[in-house]
Design a protein around this ligand. Structure first.
Ligand SMILES: [Zn+2]
Length: 454
């Protein structure tokens, strides 16, 4: 996730109550009568309605915990050799090696160094997709971890090393349960999440149909080095993360002497008027309960106080939280900029660049994630996020095509307070290995549960 504005703001996954503790290995395991009736007519490990039974989930949870030395070792190996962008040969090699003995159908990408692996169940059924992003950030690591980055100026500061290792862990759990699997699981190891649209490229290369039919559910996790205690899984139905777009506005005037503006066409006050008019526009033209954030972060014009320039430039970021506002924003912003300039006899050109779309969770799939997480880790293992976060994520492209759920997993290291531990993208962001356990277990449980449904 490009995390720049996600953390620290009003919209973060906030409600971390003082006294919250990790759900890993503590607390009652089965709450809400989960261990109730076992249906003799269901398939192995399933109830009659297709959902997983308690013992199946308990075994998943325990096997994920027992596999932690393996997944943590992989995570550390990945962390030492972080790579950026769409071409990640060392990371890809580690993924391929980790999957080598699992009897999967493995393919690598053409436009990017992705890995798509299909795990076939013993019984026929539909296909589901599990995703882990692979890329790192241009950050110089300052964590002091013994497995710190060996690549100058590059760091897994957003925890994508845990996503890869957690997905391998899920694959190991599922491969050991091939007899219980009614269908296929597509494992999507994706480069280029940090701004390179890697998920979109993998969709274009066919990842959603890799098993031979379109996947019927898609799931992914994102770890957080703060704001959530380690092991807590958090999400919400509907919009979970924002769409993020960029706008560059150029106001074209006519330069001249600062003492005689009436002989020139001054773009500077027009640009200033546009900055303010944008703020008015978002509050007048968009539903207050479906907000739009426009921030003009860069203003550039002129060279000297007594010289009227030809041009003025504005750069803005636009965050939206629904497909409706995402669709409407470009035209409304362009219209405003162009007409404010026209009112002064000038011209404004607007270059509107789409970033990632809104990440929208399917309500039924979030219900599934909530139920499975609570069954494995108790009520304290799940946190219902009250509001979306204004960061963006390219798993949104997958969720535009397939119903699914994206969840956050707390990875705040022991001894740090989730309220003020260094955030994702910080050179000091540390992620607890223990977050690998629920990452693997929840992903595997989601796949098994969805496939059990048929
Ligand atoms: Zn990320």
């Amino acid at each position: 996730m490009p995390w720049d504005v996600m953390v620290g703001g009003r919209g973060t996954v906030r409600p971390v109550s003082p006294g919250w503790s990790s759900p890993l290995g503590v607390g009652p395991l089965w709450q809400g009568g989960f261990m109730g009736h076992v249906d003799a007519q269901g398939g192995a490990g399933q109830r009659r309605d297709g959902t997983l039974e308690g013992p199946t989930l308990a075994a998943l949870r325990d096997d994920a915990a027992a596999d932690l030395p393996t997944t943590a070792a992989l995570r550390h190996a990945l962390h030492r050799v972080p790579e950026r962008g769409l071409y990640l040969p060392l990371t890809q090699r580690l993924v391929l090696d980790a999957l080598a003995d699992l009897d999967l159908e493995v393919a690598t990408g053409r436009a990017l160094s992705s890995v798509t692996a299909v795990l076939r169940g013993a019984r026929p059924g539909p296909a589901v997709l599990l995703r882990g992003d692979m890329d790192a950030l241009p950050v110089t690591e300052q964590t002091g971890e013994p497995f710190s980055s060996q690549h100058a100026g590059v760091m897994h500061a957003c925890g994508h090393d845990l996503h890869v290792a957690g997905l391998v862990g899920a694959a190991r759990l599922l491969a050991a349960r091939r007899e219980e699997l009614a269908g296929s699981v597509v494992l999507m190891f994706q480069p280029g999440e940090e701004g390179d649209h890697g998920a979109r490229l993998m969709i274009e290369e066919g990842v959603l149909d890799a098993a031979g039919s379109r996947v019927v559910g898609a799931y992914g996790v994102h770890v957080m080095s703060s704001t959530l205690p380690v092991g807590v899984v958090a999400s919400r139905p509907g919009p979970l993360m924002a769409a993020s777009d960029q706008v560059r506005v150029t106001v074209e005037g006519r330069g001249g002497h600062g003492s005689k503006p009436y002989l020139a066409a001054d773009p500077v006050p027009v640009a200033a008027e546009i900055v303010l008019a944008l703020q008015t526009m978002v509050t007048r033209q968009f539903d207050v309960f479906d907000p739009v954030v426009v921030t003009v972060g860069r203003v550039e014009a002129g060279t000297k106080e007594n010289v009227i320039p030809d041009l003025a430039h504005l750069d803005a970021t636009v965050r939206t939280f629904s497909p409706a506002t995402h669709a409407a924003a470009p035209e409304r912003i362009a219209r405003l900029c162009e007409h404010v300039a026209a009112a002064h006899g000038m011209r404004a050109t607007v270059d509107y660049q789409r970033g990632y779309p809104v990440t929208v969770n399917d309500a039924v799939e979030v219900d599934r994630a909530r139920r499975l997480t609570r069954a494995m880790y108790g009520a304290q293992g799940w946190h219902e996020a009250e509001v979306p976060v204004p960061g963006a994520e390219d798993f949104s492209y997958v969720l535009q095509e397939v119903p699914g759920a994206f969840v956050f997993v707390g990875a705040t290291p022991a001894g740090l307070d989730p309220a003020d531990a260094p955030y994702n993208h910080s050179p000091r962001a540390r992620f607890a290995d223990d977050a690998l356990v629920p990452s693997s277990a929840v992903l595997a449980a989601l796949a098994l549960d969805r496939l059990a449904q048929g």
